[in-house]
Design a binder for this molecule. Structure first.
Ligand SMILES: C[S@@+](CC[C@H](N)C(=O)[O-])C[C@H]1O[C@@H](n2cnc3c(N)ncnc32)[C@H](O)[C@@H]1O
Length: 261
């Protein structure tokens, strides 16, 4: 018997257990905001995904998934893409710049880039040529959130209900964000982002009641943030184990409705 792709559905939340490159469950022009962190191709040991493609293959994969997201986005839709600035493992590559270029070629319009200062310099292991200009390595401990849109930047659809506070608006419109990363152990996934990231993106770029999609859902962080902030959340993830992890996180949220982060 074929597995059912809708893995979990409750209240405003849906988990789709399918390859995002193949699913037919997302309607064209139906999504208000995509928030996602795709695989970075840095040899992370995911249960299903191969994170060690050649850079050319990785760019082809990026092109395919970006054009699907473009089709799914509403005309007034927006897209927050969390990616590294560059890649240092297995050869230096300008991932941030390359994916921005591919997104623009897929039809997205560029709005801005937010720099997320993770403050995690302790991961540092390779210096190249130590104290010597022959071949040093510079590591920048930040990630990017590149913000795109589909039609026009001014958002004219949705409930028009904003839930961002004065302090949040002043602080988050400064595009240098500083908060720490998420513990892999805590959420049981090898590369989660912290809830703070999707929370800021959705409060800054979407209205209450909008539909948020994460096509690389992982442990479900975007859906947890969507639920806590009164948005609809759809996550796509092809690994069943991660879908189970996400479902458990969401069940916890649903049971404890009054939690705040
Ligand atoms: C960087 S992680 C996302 C982590 C997520 N932001 C979180 O907070 O847990 C990328 C995820 O994409 C999934 N993935 C990779 N290729 C996929 C595909 N073609 N379709 C669906 N999911 C995919 C991987 O299994 C992995 O869980």
């Amino acid at each position: 018997m074929k597995a059912q792709p809708v893995f979990f559905q409750s209240d405003r939340l849906t988990i789709i257990n399918e390859d995002m490159l193949k699913t037919h469950l997302i309607k064209r022009c139906s999504i208000d905001l995509v928030i996602t962190s795709p695989p970075y191709n840095v040899d992370i040991q995911y249960s299903s995904h191969n994170d060690g493609l050649s850079y050319d293959e990785y760019l082809k994969f990026s092109k395919s998934w970006l054009s699907r997201c473009y089709r799914w986005l509403a005309i007034t839709g927006r897209f927050c893409l969390n990616i590294p600035l560059d890649k240092n493992r297995g050869g230096q590559q300008s991932i941030g710049a390359d994916l921005t270029t591919i997104a623009k070629k897929s039809g997205f319009k560029y709005h801005t880039t937010i720099v997320w200062n993770e403050g995690n310099i302790s991961r540092r292991t390779a210096w190249g040529s130590w104290m010597n200009p022959s071949a040093p390595y510079v590591i920048t401990p930040v990630e990017l959130i590149v913000v795109f849109y589909k039609g026009q930047w001014k958002k004219t659809t949705g409930t028009k209900v904003s839930d961002i506070t004065r302090e949040e608006f002043i602080s988050w419109t400064n595009g240098l964000w500083s908060f720490t990363g998420e513990s892999k152990k805590k959420v049981n996934h090898p590369a989660p982002f912290p809830l703070e990231l999707p929370k800021r993106c959705m409060k800054l770029f979407s209205f209450v009641g909008d539909t948020i999609l994460d096509p690389f859902m992982g442990s479900g962080s975007t859906l947890v943030a969507a639920y806590r902030n009164s948005r609809y959340g759809i996550g796509i993830e092809f690994d069943k184990g991660y879908c189970k992890t996400a479902k458990n996180r969401l069940l916890y949220e649903l049971r404890n409705k009054n939690l705040s982060d």
